[in-house]
Design a protein around this ligand. Structure first.
Ligand code: ADP
Ligand code: MG
Length: 240
């Protein structure tokens, strides 16, 4: 589903990703963890070309997106993304948020898009909110809408960038539960997260980034149980 080879990203003189290589199979859940500023968001954003990679090769969902001729719009349709700060359309209702792109980008009829949207809202536990506007929702509800909205495009994989970091503590679980459910359904997921419990329980593999390098990669048992590098041990001592 994803193959990354020697991915480099620089901003001016600052090299933020220093040659990252990894592979993700369909259905896998990958947790990306590491200190603030280590390049986690940049890594994720290079996967759907929200950032233009400076070097290396990225293949994702059947697209060679670092190829100059790649159809980035088509590729992005296969890649759902969920951000820390939701990015919902404030002027649209919850239902409108879910139906907008499927109608506009995929040419679905209103009836078709709404039927799918209602199924998704049920799945994330927000059926009763379809006519509400984002401003009236709690952070946890907003994030569940954002997940449902991404799923409405029927992506092949989902990228999450610290989806629970902006939430009040009591709302973290409702969002993680939706994500666990999604993982169980077989969705391929890359999740940048500080939720070590989630990484441990749900991820098939952990990628540990530090200073733009993929320092360590392993199963949660390997990574949390016996981290191989002192950088990973240092990090875990601080967060656990
Ligand atoms: P993380 O998500 O792990 O906290 P980021 O990927 O956001 O890390 O950032 C990694 C480094 O890249 C940081 O030093 C950050 O300041 C820098 N950086 C990120 N985006 C930009 C940008 N658009 N321009 C310049 N520097 C950036
Ligand atoms: Mg980040």
């Amino acid at each position: 589903m994803i193959s990354v080879k020697g991915l480099i990203k620089s901003f001016g003189d600052l090299e933020v990703l220093k040659g990252i290589s990894t592979k993700v199979d369909a259905g896998q859940v990958i947790a990306v963890i590491g200190p603030s500023g280590s390049g986690k968001s940049t890594f994720l954003r290079c996967l759907n070309k929200l950032e233009e990679p400076t070097g290396g090769i990225v293949e994702i969902a059947g697209f060679s997106i670092t190829d100059k001729k790649a159809d980035i719009r088509a590729a992005r349709q296969e890649i759902g993304m969920v951000f820390q700060h939701f990015h919902l359309f404030p002027h649209l209702t919850v239902l409108g948020n879910l139906t907008y792109a499927p109608m506009k980008v995929k040419g679905e009829s209103k009836a078709q898009a709404e039927e799918k949207a209602r199924t998704l809202l049920k799945r994330v536990g927000l059926s009763e909110k379809e006519d509400s506007y984002p401003a009236s929702l709690s952070g946890g509800q907003k994030q569940r809408v954002a997940i449902a909205r991404a799923l409405a495009m029927e992506p092949k994989l989902m990228l999450f960038d610290e989806p629970t970091s902006a939430l009040d503590p009591e709302m973290v679980k409702e969002v993680l539960d939706v994500m666990k459910d999604l993982a169980k359904s077989g969705m391929t997921m890359i999740v940048v997260t500080h939720e070590m419990g989630f990484a441990r329980e749900v991820a098939d593999r952990v990628l540990f980034l530090d200073q733009g390098k993929l320092v360590e990669e392993g199963t949660p048992d390997e990574f949390f149980g016996s981290p191989k590098t002192h950088r990973a041990r240092d990090f875990l001592e601080k967060v656990l």
